[in-house]
Design a protein. Structure first.
Length: 114
């Protein structure tokens, strides 16, 4: 059974930082692409960043230079370091593993507000 457990969300002021974590069990983590998506109220779920097994990364333009995705294969964990956060970054953030038809985490709320 594949499980993704996210942590690290919360309330932060504009300009602040957060690091999200996603720990995966039930698969050989190092084999698969990982991604972070986000969904704001009333909007679709969109890709924020992804990382391949070979550590290649991809970012949506709106977060480039502010966000870093990484992975630790020994810990079976993917990370999303977010800096210089803006109110428009407010959303539920979901971890995704490209295993089979895809698996999602439960989501973690990120709220950027003063």
């Amino acid at each position: 059974q594949v499980q993704l457990v996210e942590s690290g969300g919360g309330l932060v002021q504009p300009g602040g930082s957060l690091r999200l974590s996603c720990t995966v069990s039930g698969i050989v983590f190092s084999y698969y692409d990982m991604g972070w998506y986000r969904q704001a109220p009333g909007l679709q779920r969109d890709l924020v960043a992804s990382i391949s097994p070979g550590y290649g990364t991809n970012y949506v333009d709106s977060v480039k230079g502010r966000v870093t995705i990484s992975r630790d294969n020994d810990k079976k964990t993917a990370y999303l370091q977010m800096n210089s956060l803006k109110p428009e970054d407010t959303a539920i953030y979901y971890c995704y593993v490209n295993y089979g038809s895809g698996r999602w985490g439960q989501g973690t709320q990120v709220t950027v507000s003063s």
